[in-house]
Design a protein around this ligand. Structure first.
Ligand code: TYM
Length: 301
């Protein structure tokens, strides 16, 4: 089975971009591939953070994964790479677990490209015959991973500016839909979101980034095709469309929120899932790390 690896930082609340760009697509890969989905807690410490909040944020994120239908594997604490810069840390996450595919949003593309280059460089410098001479099996040390970026949803835009990406770190909470936002908050954010003065709706008009973004969101949460949405909404005013998106969003998120509450009410279940995933991931990481040590000629631990 091919392997899939991805993760989200446990910083702040997870939002619709994280969900549509990444988490939702993980769920659809689970049946076909061996999957490892991490909460990348080491990444959260590359910026100043509250030490006392980190483990709660990590568990909250894990519960959101589960609530979205993800089977978790968590296992990045075993790597002592806090000194490395962020993209290299991400490469380490991916390469350690020998992933074939990495389902992520558009903003992670360059990081994946760097990851592939690092892997190729290590393979060329230390793999193949050289590794065999060191007593190894030869061949590649790292698998070269491929990004999986969804056709729609790879870049969900801010509700207050259709030209910038929806982000956890944007100062205004009005700019994003958080996965745990209650119904009235969602309704209010959609009511106040940025629109334009056109009297119809359309995809792909570069002068109407907000319109395209909201139609894409509606398409994804309603499960309709782009054609169906284009047809359904072309003659709609913003006033008609906004309640429609709101209802579709609420209907999509409500079961996830209910499941999240359920999961948070049984902490031992969550702890068990995390421990099991960590054990499995650590096995693979150890084996990769041993290969790297061997191929590079380090004295074995
Ligand atoms: P992070 O935590 O910023 O985001 C998690 C995932 O959500 C996607 N995403 C979006 N997708 C669509 N529209 C948006 N507005 C949006 N905002 C975020 C991201 O592309 C990502 O897939 N470096 C990563 C975490 C990471 C990782 C890894 C991912 C660390 N190690 C190994 C994959 C494999 C990050 O900061 O994502």
């Amino acid at each position: 089975k091919k392997r899939v690896v991805s993760g989200v930082q446990p910083t702040g609340a997870l939002h619709l971009g994280n969900y549509l760009g990444a988490i939702r697509n993980w769920v659809s890969l689970q049946d076909t591939y061996e999957t490892f989905f991490f909460i990348v807690d080491l990444h959260a410490v590359t910026l100043p953070y509250e030490t006392k909040d980190l483990s709660k944020a990590t568990k909250d994120t894990a519960a959101i994964y589960l609530a979205c239908g993800v089977d978790i594997s968590k296992g990045d604490e075993n790597v002592g790479v806090a000194l490395l810069t962020y993209p290299v840390l991400m490469a380490a996450d991916i390469l350690l677990y020998q992933s074939d595919f990495v389902p992520v949003g558009d903003d992670q593309k360059q990081h994946l490209e760097l990851t592939r280059q690092l892997a190729e460089r290590v393979n060329n410098l230390y793999g193949g015959r050289k590794w065999k001479k060191m007593g190894g099996r030869g061949g590649s040390i790292f698998k070269i991973p491929e990004p999986l970026i969804p056709p729609t949803g790879a870049r969900v835009m801010s509700l207050t500016d259709g030209l910038s990406k929806m982000s956890k770190s944007a100062p205004s909470d009005q700019s994003r839909i958080n996965l745990l936002d209650p119904k009235d908050v969602i309704a209010n954010k959609i009511k106040r979101c940025k629109t334009d003065s056109f009297t119809w709706l359309e995809f792909d008009n570069p002068d109407r980034p907000e319109c395209n973004n909201l139609l894409c969101i509606y398409q994804l949460v309603s499960g309709k095709t782009k054609e169906e949405v284009a047809q359904e909404c072309q003659n709609m005013s913003w006033g008609t469309f906004k309640p429609l998106v709101t209802d579709a969003l609420v209907a999509h998120l409500q079961p996830i929120q209910a499941r999240y509450e359920e999961i948070m009410s049984e902490p031992s279940y969550l702890d068990g899932v995390l421990a099991e995933g960590a054990a499995k991931a650590t096995d693979i990481a150890d084996s990769t790390l041993n290969n790297v040590y061997q191929a590079m000629g380090f004295l074995r631990r």
